[in-house]
Design a protein around this ligand. Sequence first.
Ligand SMILES: [Zn+2]
Length: 156
Amino acid sequence: MALLEIKKAGDPVLKEICAPVEKIDKRLRNFLDDMAETMYASEGVGIAAPQVGKSIRACVVDVDKKNRYDLINPVITYREGLEVGEEGCLSCPDLFGDVERAQKIRVEYISRFNKKKTLEAEGLLARCIQHELDHLDGKLFIDIAQNITKGRKEKK
Ligand SMILES: [Zn+2]
């Protein structure tokens, strides 16, 4: 496994609409493992392929360091409720802001072993998945966030 270089806001790869993954093989699985390692090393809870320079529809999320999801060609097929919460991004170091997201979602994706899967998520996991899927469409949270600050806001 290897740490990958994280692309920062301003890099054109972060503005691209990513292409669907066509081949799920050992090479892709190694890439997903490298993405995960890079995410854990940076204390992130999610990472999308364009953030490490690859314009393909794949991301890795793990919000509790126990349940890692590798999402290939993910599509949100159901959304419920709205919730505002604080977000940050490995590509926007030290910036935090409030983003409105669906509270509950259903996402359909292909697993790293080429199986069709459905995941129902809510709260932080749902937020993280929505954030990562935005990356696959060339969107950054700083384009939609409110109250952007340098550094995490003080918790009351
Ligand atoms: Zn991000």
